[in-house]
Design a protein around this ligand. Structure first.
Ligand code: 9MR
Length: 340
């Protein structure tokens, strides 16, 4: 959205510095692609954005194939309300066509968004229709990870809520029925009721039992007190980062100049850093990046602990130097560097 707007250059610079996964706020939604929001929204624009992100080593989430309520479907869908067979086919065609058009470009797809209060299509066709969307996406792009996504799962304080209960039931339904579901998205839009670390962990455990990766897909915190937002962001990221089921956290914008509430987590409109931005930079760019220099033992071995991720290892001996790039994952083998 900011590609042609003011702040474009700074926005891109910071995107490349701060993130390794990104999502388009609106570009891949059906309504804009169908022309309901005016011109300029095309798969081609999205693909160019993806190319830029890939050039900067940033993987991309696709958002969203089906957001199944009249208010979030294109106008053309509503006109088919009285012709259910055509409507069902149109939704399935959209899933296949868009997933095919983006095939190989995306790491994740949100196949289904906010089923708790966006269920007009399920009311018409029954819950099994959700399986068609997941299967259609899988058939069109076999390697992209397929997600369900909803809000008010982490946010809103502690306890069981109808929203959380419904999410758990829906995920169980999809898995039991054999939907190719790879991951669970939890949006993470916080307003008044901030959820503390212990309660966040309880929610994560509740959903981790499905054995799928959990991603926080749309983090932000819309409160006036920047200091509290900063402390909360620090605690939120630390808690989520500590949980083995969590694959990653995305922010729903990071700059006040391009944010749905004009209150983004990291940067004010004038690009000054908010307390949450300081906390984020400290954790993500420093604390969680392992960086060290050491000598091996006489046999040439060296062992250390490091956070998971991509590393460059530079080895020097007998006047020779070699640098290798490695990715440290769970259970990675020792790295062998031969100087020849
Ligand atoms: O931030 C998005 C805003 O620009 C759009 O007008 C709106 C409707 O498409 O969607 C907003 O993004 C939502 C996201 O797609 C799903 N989760 C909640 C987000 C904030 O409303």
């Amino acid at each position: 959205q900011t590609l042609n707007g003011p702040g474009n250059e700074r926005y891109k610079e910071l995107t490349a510095e701060l993130f390794n996964t990104a999502v388009f706020e609106n570009t891949l939604k059906w309504q804009p692609l169908a022309g309901d929001w005016g011109g300029g929204w095309t798969v081609d624009v999205a693909s160019k954005g993806v190319d830029w992100l890939h050039q900067h080593d940033i993987q991309v989430r696709g958002h969203v194939l089906v957001w199944p309520s009249w208010r979030n479907l294109p106008r053309s869908a509503k006109t088919l309300e009285k012709e259910p067979a055509k409507l069902r086919a149109a939704v399935n065609a959209h899933v296949s066509e868009l997933a095919l058009a983006m095939r190989g470009k995306l790491a994740h797809w949100d196949v289904l968004n906010e089923p708790f209060d966006n269920h007009d299509l399920m009311d018409l066709f029954g819950d099994d229709v959700m399986l068609e969307w997941f299967k259609g996406a899988r058939a069109a792009d076999p390697n992209v990870k397929l997600f369900i996504n909803d809000y008010a799962i982490l946010s809103g304080g502690a306890g069981d809520t109808p929203h959380r209960d419904h999410y758990e039931k829906t995920i169980k339904f999809l898995i039991d029925k054999g939907a190719p579901l790879d991951g669970i998205g939890m949006q993470g839009h916080f307003g008044g009721a901030l959820t503390g670390p212990e309660d966040l962990l309880k929610v994560l455990d509740r959903f981790a039992k499905f054995g799928k990766q959990i991603w926080i897909t749309e983090y932000d915190v819309d409160i006036d007190d920047e200091a509290i937002a900063g402390q909360f962001t620090r605690d939120f990221y630390t808690t989520l980062f500590s949980h083995p089921a969590v694959g990653g956290i995305l922010m729903w914008g990071f700059w006040d100049g391009a944010h749905w509430h004009r209150n983004a987590p990291l940067y004010r409109k004038d690009w000054s850093l908010k307390p949450a931005g300081e906390a984020y930079r400290e954790l993500v760019l420093k604390t969680w990046r392992s960086n060290e220099q050491a000598k091996t033992d006489a046999a040439g071995n060296y062992k250390t602990r490091a956070f998971l991720g991509k590393y460059a290892i530079k080895v020097t001996a007998g006047g020779k130097t070699k640098t290798v790039e490695v990715e440290l994952g769970v259970g990675s083998a020792p790295v062998v560097v031969k100087l020849e």
